[in-house]
Structures are given as C-alpha cells and as structure tokens.
Design a protein around this ligand. Structure first.
Ligand code: F3S
Length: 391
C-alpha cells in the first residue's frame, strides 16, 4: 500500500502509541482487502459501546487506547450502550454493570467522541454529505448513509472505525470505490408501503441474496422506511448498500437492464414474517430499532393518546436518542404512561436476558438479534398490533 511520508511517520510511532496502533490496524485491514492507499474521511460512527457486547476485554482495550493518548481527529459519534445513562434502574440493570458502562462512555468521551449513544446519528448529530468518505460501524446506520445519502463507507467493525476516527483516514477499498457501488441484482418489490412492510422487505431480501448491492424498483422510501430497510437487510444478510429507483442519490447512475430480477411480494414477505415470529406472547415490547425519529415519536404518541394499558405483566420500552427525546416533550408525556422513553440504549445491546425471555418488536433487525444476542423468543409485528395487544 502507498503511504505518504506523514502516514509512514504515524506507523513508526512518531505521533504516539495511540495513533501508531490505529495506523497498524487500518493498514492491516487495507492489506487484507487490497487497498492501494488511504483516503481522508469526514466523520466516523463507532460501535462496540455496550459493556454487554465488549465486556472487560473491550473495556481494557479502550483504557489502553486512552492511556496511549488516542484522540479522534474527525467528528465522531457513538452507538447505543447497554443502558439509559440516567434511567438504568428502570431497565433492571445492576449497579456493577452500570458502573462499567459509565466508564466505557467516559473513555469514549475522553478520546473526543460525542457520546450521543444512538444508532441514528444521521438524523442530527452526524450527517454526512453525498460523496463523503466516512468510517461508520453499526450496520443499519452505515447502510443508511451509503444508500440514502450517498456517503461512502465499508461495513466497519468497532475497532476499525475507532482507528479510522483517530487517524481521520481509512483504507481505500470496497464501497469507497465507484466500481463496487454498482447494483448486482434488481429487486422488484411489491409491498404496502408501511414502515413495517419495509422491514419485512429487508428481511426477505437479506434471506434471498445475503450479500451484494440490490437495486429496488417499486418503492419510494423516505427516512423512516429507509431506516427500517437498511437495518433489516444488514441483519438478515450483510448488505451495506442499496439503490432505490427514483429515490436514492446514486440510483440514476446505473444501467440495470442486464441484471437478474428477483420479485419480492406476498409469499416472500410471509416467509420473512414467519421466520421472525416465534413467540406467541411477550413480557417486554421494545420499540425503536433503529432509534425512533421525531416523526415516529409523534405517530406513536397520537396512537396512544386516550388509551390505557391493561396488561400490567408486559413492560413497554421506547428507544430513541436523547436529542429526539428532548425535542418531543409532549409525545414523551403520553408515551411514558405506557413505559419509559429510553435514550442511549436499545433492546438488543441492553442486558435484557436477565429479566425477560419473550420480547416483541416491530423491527426485523431486532427480530434477528433478540434470539441470538439476548436469548429471547421474539415476536415481530407492526407497532399498532404490538401495542394494541396490551390495551
Ligand atoms: Fe440500533 Fe440497537 Fe437496533 S443499536 S439498529 S436499536 S439493535
């Protein structure tokens, strides 16, 4: 790989141990994936923030990075952690977990990272522009910014994104290059247009193709729909970029007339739904994967207004960012009659397995991860069906 003199100096440790370690990691990834050089990035979004997922080994890694003087050199935001940083007792989180989690947040903060703790930073805290090279971890968010915004990122892991944030550079391969952003298959989608149908569509496409760059015909996603679609395809497959005809910024750049066409309609959505629905009753309903937008907060509050929760044996959590929660005090007041509106966290990265065994969600992404990462039997329905069942 061609490194500039300045990059070589970082690799030789001339700018401290933290930057040296970061350069070692980024260049090692670049060699594995055949990058010819590094590319400057304008932002990073970091995952690996929940104590539940990184454990004491991850905490030690972060302590070492901070001790080595590591600081980010581009605007960087942080993914959800294992608890709401102030309301963790309402989530049945133990004191021991909470102390470690708060330490992890502090460590990220001391490297200069905005501890937004949300998987939807693109709604406010961190918004890339078309053509920007970025290094984002968090599969749903990176797919959203690649596809809906037209920024460029690979599917970074937590350490790779942190290293790139420290350097302000990442290895120039994969989705940073024009040639890898071309569609590989056309998806002829026949859905009802609800956000939940986008989630099932993503599940079905991930189950069908697994990987690649789908080009959708027949859909017109806006932010909430694109958020659901991105999350679902990243979880049921490993899709990090898609195009939607007439909607996403790069879709018009490609001739797709020679590509294979796959139809996704009622039969495929039913198979996706069946895969995600195992539980027939729940103890927890958790909504907000990815984190709820302002529009979704309004919609949920207006659905709940004037209703009463009758099933006291079912807890309800709403997950969003602190920024959105602060923006919607009237919605929060209505929603809190049903359950806490939590910031900083979500049902997957929180240690819910200590308190629940059956969880309902409206998200195909959570529907995939609740069984594997949280030992839950999952139910996956649209929001009105989930909440309607406890009223
Ligand atoms: Fe976000 Fe958690 Fe879902 S990080 S995308 S709410 S699994």
């Amino acid at each position: 790989m061609d490194l500039t003199r300045a990059e070589e100096a970082i690799l030789n440790g001339e700018e401290g141990e933290g930057r040296q370690k970061a350069m070692e990691l980024v260049t090692a990834l670049g060699k594995i994936y055949g990058a010819e050089s590094l590319v400057d990035i304008t932002s990073a979004h970091l995952s690996g923030a929940s104590y539940k997922t990184i454990g004491d080994g991850g905490l030690k890694y972060l302590e070492d990075m901070v001790a080595g003087g590591a600081k980010v050199s581009v605007p960087s935001t942080l993914n959800p952690v294992g608890m709401d940083r102030t309301r963790w007792r309402e989530m049945h989180v133990t004191e021991a977990f909470a102390q470690k989690q708060l330490r992890i947040i502090d460590l990220y903060g001391s490297m200069g990272i905005k501890t937004t703790c949300s998987c939807t930073p693109y709604t406010g805290a961190n918004v890339p522009k078309l053509g920007d090279h970025v290094a984002w971890a968090e599969s749903s968010a990176l797919s959203f910014v690649n596809s809906f915004i037209g920024a460029r990122t690979n599917r970074e892991g937590g350490p790779g994104a942190l290293a790139a944030a420290i350097l302000g550079k990442t290895a120039n391969y994969g989705l940073h290059l024009d040639k890898n952003r071309k569609p590989t298959v056309v998806i002829d989608a026949d859905i009802d247009g609800s956000v939940f149908s986008y989630s099932l569509l993503g599940q079905a496409v991930g189950m069908s193709i697994g990987t690649g760059v789908p080009y959708f015909k027949g859909i017109k996603p806006q932010v909430e729909e694109a958020k659901a679609l991105s999350a679902a395809m990243a979880a049921s497959g490993s899709i990090a970029l898609y195009h939607a005809e007439g909607t996403t910024p790069e879709a018009g750049n490609f001739d797709v007339s020679d590509l294979e066409v796959i139809h996704i309609g009622e039969k495929e959505l039913k198979a996706a739904y069946d895969k995600l629905n195992v539980a027939d009753d729940v103890e927890l309903i958790a909504i907000g994967c990815p984190h709820l937008t302002e529009k979704e907060m309004h919609q949920i509050a207006s659905f709940l207004k004037g209703k009463k929760k009758v099933r006291k044996d079912v807890e309800i959590w709403f997950c969003t960012s602190a920024e959105i929660r602060d923006k919607c005090p009237d919605d929060v007041r209505i929603m809190e009659e049903f359950g806490p509106v939590l910031a900083d966290t979500c049902m997957v990265v929180a240690p819910i397995e200590g308190s629940f065994s059956r969880t309902g969600t409206n998200s195909a992404k959570a529907g995939n991860y609740l069984p594997t990462l949280c030992s839950q039997k999952a139910m996956c329905r649209d929001i009105s069906a989930l909440l309607g069942a406890v009223m």
